[in-house]
Write a protein that binds this ligand. Structure first.
Ligand code: NAP
Length: 278
């Protein structure tokens, strides 16, 4: 099978209208004067397998997947990367010449690259990481932090059982911390990551004592609506290094773009401005 001259990619989700991915891929396509298009693709769960069979025949070279399809694509894939298998979900699919696809997960590497870009002084050996939340994003972030060599990760979640399940899966570097014990551990953590939905527009806020933060802390909030969460504002007030959630969103997109359109894209201020534009 040969691909047509206009390579297509898109994001599969339900709903998908809110996704910023089309905007960021369009920015890169224009910036590098590459042929191609990237579309929002609303797909309900019942259609997922059929859509993925037909897409390569229509000229699609790859796709991102978002809620609720990130786990459901794994059994449909002809190949699953080690990191996607470990995370138990995929966000980046690449179609192969025979019409099958490989499923990968770039959330963890996206998180890590954003952290290194916005907090260049951060070192994995600097001390323990405190991770709030034990959902899908936390799973990718735990894998990335362990691979980066963080020696100890305290994992706290409202529903303790979910944190315990992740700790059992990832092993000794990940130790469960009670939600009620977070305040006591803030000072000792070198890196604090919010992976919960708390702080998002329309949601409650995190209610820990962030007055305990200081210049030595790196604080990463993966929530990006709003971009400047209360957690990040508190971190900046106390002199800590703040890393926003937009960075992870942009960095997780880069490997797919490189694979599908043949160019390693830059993640810079122009991209952030384009993606944030109203
Ligand atoms: P998820 O699997 O649904 O997990 C949600 C997490 O938030 C769970 O740990 C949950 O705790 C916690 N939570 C929700 N409401 C809470 C509340 N009222 N009090 C305490 N904890 C609460 O979602 P996800 O996919 O991991 O995404 C989590 C957040 O990360 C979302 O805001 C999402 O937008 C953001 N995100 C950002 C990026 C990025 O690229 N920047 C990528 C992925 C996700 P329980 O287990 O107790 O319910």
């Amino acid at each position: 099978m040969t691909y047509p001259s206009l390579p297509l990619a898109g994001v599969l989700g339900d709903p998908v209208a809110h996704s910023r991915s089309p905007r960021l891929h369009h920015h890169w396509l224009q910036r590098y004067s590459l042929p191609g298009a990237y579309l929002p693709l609303p797909v309900v769960a019942a259609d997922l397998a059929t859509v993925l069979t037909v897409m390569p025949r229509m000229g699609f070279v790859g796709a991102n997947v978002t809620i609720p399809h990130k786990e459901a694509v794994l059994p449909l894939a002809a190949a699953v990367t080690d990191r996607a298998r470990r995370i138990g979900a995929a966000n980046t699919l690449t179609f192969r010449p025979d019409g099958t696809f490989e499923a990968d997960n770039t959330d963890g590497i996206g998180f890590l690259n954003a952290l290194l870009q916005q907090a260049p002084g951060w070192e994995s050996a600097a001390g323990p990481a405190l991770v709030l939340g034990a959902g899908g994003a936390a799973r990718a972030i735990l894998a990335a932090l362990i691979d980066a060599g963080v020696p100890k990760i305290w994992l706290a979640n409202r529903t303790r059982e979910k944190a315990e399940a992740l700790s059992a899966f990832f092993g000794p570097p990940v130790a469960v911390l009670g939600w009620e014990d977070v305040d006591d551990r803030l000072s000792a953590a070198a890196l604090i990551v919010n992976t919960t939905a708390l702080g998002m527009e329309g949601k409650e806020k995190l209610s820990f004592d962030f007055n305990k933060l200081n210049e030595s802390h790196v604080v990463n909030d993966i929530v990006y609506t709003p971009l400047e969460t209360d957690l990040l504002a508190a971190a900046r007030r106390k002199g800590a290094t703040a890393v926003d959630g937009l960075g992870m969103l942009l960095h997780q997109a880069a490997p797919g773009f490189a694979r599908w359109f043949g160019k390693e894209p830059e993640i810079d201020t122009a991209l952030r401005t384009a993606v944030l534009a109203p």
